[in-house]
Design a protein around this ligand. Structure first.
Ligand SMILES: C[S@@+](CC[C@H](N)C(=O)[O-])C[C@H]1O[C@@H](n2cnc3c(N)ncnc32)[C@H](O)[C@@H]1O
Length: 221
């Protein structure tokens, strides 16, 4: 499928699929969306009451590495030790990566290391940041590992409905630790109802620029 690099409203770039009219990020601001949905509403929310020394994050799908990079920046500010796992079926090609404009020159080495690190195993990318990228389909993802925060950043249910199926959401619930947080930009009613039926405590919260609401789901037990 044809891919184009476009500039979003905050000046950061994203990848757009004209045939789907779908992008990796919001056209109202890729970095603004990532900070609002995943870092503030997911990671920061998870540590606000209890500050664990180690935290395990799962991202579906890893894509440009923007969420991983912003999580690393956050971990440095709070001296938080992160284990980050990213699932990605279609890794981004090098020529596309080179055109992304997410990081200042001093962080370019870290950003490159995210993308060039070996797949399927943990790599220590910096003193506080371990990364494991899994080159697989979310549909077949199974693990004994547990996570504290899940960034659910699949393409929307309009174009990839199977990735929002209740069996996948149930798997997400099963692999969260108690007090774990699942967060997404999406606010679809059927997704919210499935999350509630699975046993999550679900909140509709203010969305990023251009989006009124988004979903956050918490595993209480
Ligand atoms: C909305 S984009 C988000 C990307 C990423 N979080 C970022 O910030 O760049 C969705 C991502 O899911 C990946 N993806 C799509 N279908 C997938 C599947 N079945 N299994 C795993 N990854 C998939 C895409 O290649 C893409 O990188």
């Amino acid at each position: 499928m044809k891919k184009q690099l476009i500039t979003t409203k905050d000046g950061s770039k994203t990848i757009h699929f004209p045939e789907w009219n779908e992008s990796y990020h919001s056209q109202h601001g890729a970095i603004k969306e990532a900070l609002h949905v995943y870092i503030q509403s997911g990671l920061e929310f998870r540590i606000k009451d209890a500050f664990p020394p180690h935290l395990s994050i799962l991202e579906m799908g890893f894509g440009t590495g923007l969420n991983a990079y912003l999580s690393y920046k956050f971990s440095k500010t709070y001296n938080l030790d992160l284990r980050y796992t990213g699932i990605e079926k279609y890794p981004i090609q090098e020529e596309m990566l080179k055109q992304l404009n997410y990081v200042p020159p001093e962080d370019q080495g870290f950003f490159n290391a995210l993308h060039h690190s070996t797949w399927e195993q943990f790599n220590q990318i910096s003193s506080l940041f371990k990364l494991k990228k899994l080159n697989l389909d979310l549909d077949v993802f199974q693990t004994q590992d547990k996570y504290d925060v899940i960034y659910f950043d699949a393409f929307g249910p309009r174009v990839q409905p199977h990735l929002w199926h209740k069996t996948i959401l149930q798997n997400m619930y099963d692999i969260l630790n108690p007090h774990g947080v699942w967060v997404t930009y999406c606010c679809k009613g059927s997704v919210r109802r499935d999350l509630l039926e699975i046993g999550f405590q679900v909140e509709k919260i203010t969305g990023p620029p251009g989006k009124r609401e988004m979903l956050r789901a918490i595993k209480i037990l």
